[in-house]
Design a protein around this ligand. Sequence first.
Ligand code: PMP
Length: 423
Amino acid sequence: MKRENSLKAYEEAVRYIAGGVNSPVRALRSVNESPLFIKKAHGTVLTDVDDNRFSDFCLSWGVFILGHAHPQVEKATRKALPNGTSYGIPSLPETELAKLINRYVPSMEKIRFVNSGTEAVMSAVRLARGFTKRDLIVKFDGCYHGHADHLLVSAGSGVANLACSSSAGVPEGFTAYTVSLPFNNKEAVESLFRERAGEIAAVIVEPVPANMGVVLPENDFLLHLRKLTSRYQSLLVFDEVITGFRLSLGGAQSRFGIIPDLTTLGKIIGGGFPAAAFGGRADIMALLAPDGPVYQAGTLSGNPVAMSAGAETIRMLSSEDFHTNLEQKATLFFSELSDSIAGKGITMNGIGSMFTLFFTEEVIRSFDDVKQANTDRFSRFFKHMLSNHIYISPSQFETNFLSVAHTEKELMKFIKAVKNFSE
Ligand code: PMP
């Protein structure tokens, strides 16, 4: 495969951009590759600067549930552009998207838009602390909630590839109020509440963790979190940056029937533009400035172009049977995929339109299990898929995504490539 232009582009980027990339996993170091530079993406097809075409199963980390550059989303964006791209003053598209989100995720009685998932979580955590007047935040090992200092503790995603469990540059004191517990371990959460209930402002969780690869919540784990947080007047925060509008129109909370106090959203709701949100109970959201004492702000928050792209995306997802159709396709694919990995020392976790192949025979129910995976083998698998013109998420600790744009032929090609993987 020709890679000259990507290599040249990387050399040039490295001279001006730290590490040559604007987000670490894109460097493809954990799979011993050099980065691809993409010049365009349509539907499920990425075209790089060497004119290689790849079938995309990463989809900008779960953003493009409709596929890249969907004509209707593009049209909504084009319509918004000539009106100016940022005002720093309220505009109608903000309320329009907020209304749509509230319709499908009714627990978000009040919403605030921000520019990234990191900001959404950071703000939700500040609000939870302001509301409860408590400091401690409970998270789970392998869950990733963006790169705010106090949440980089046993975090998944790109952090999982670092030698230590957290980032340099975070003073110890900054994480003193964060406790990270094993996912799916009810006893660990219960025992922490028994000892420190009066200190716990919130439990934050990815209801289906996707940043250590897909891990499924067992039985009543999420329900248990709901009951404990309610009993001890702590808040339950669902980080649905990935699962929101993906696991159903109402996200994981609607799929599992568990209503958090606060929710964070990102990815899908920006329609491919930088937008994210946090929101929840009106009595909690009332504490935000200008109504209350918890400060939060943003120059580009509620950007009208991003809001328009997001609203158009959500309108399309709300058409009848969108998720049913996507999941029907996914279920068939998962079943063929399970057959194709039989006897290869690979296990699969999948739900909705998200899946991960783990290079281990362990049943994966926590970050400790994920860590047993053979990352060298994953790296060979990534290269193998790439040589078959398939771009999967480039780390063992990430999730792959399906979109409505994936064709039967592409899915079959994926299965065939997995079958042919013998290393
Ligand atoms: N929370 C979750 C669950 C995420 O998956 C991510 C990013 N993948 C974030 C927060 C942070 O979002 P962003 O990268 O937009 O800051």
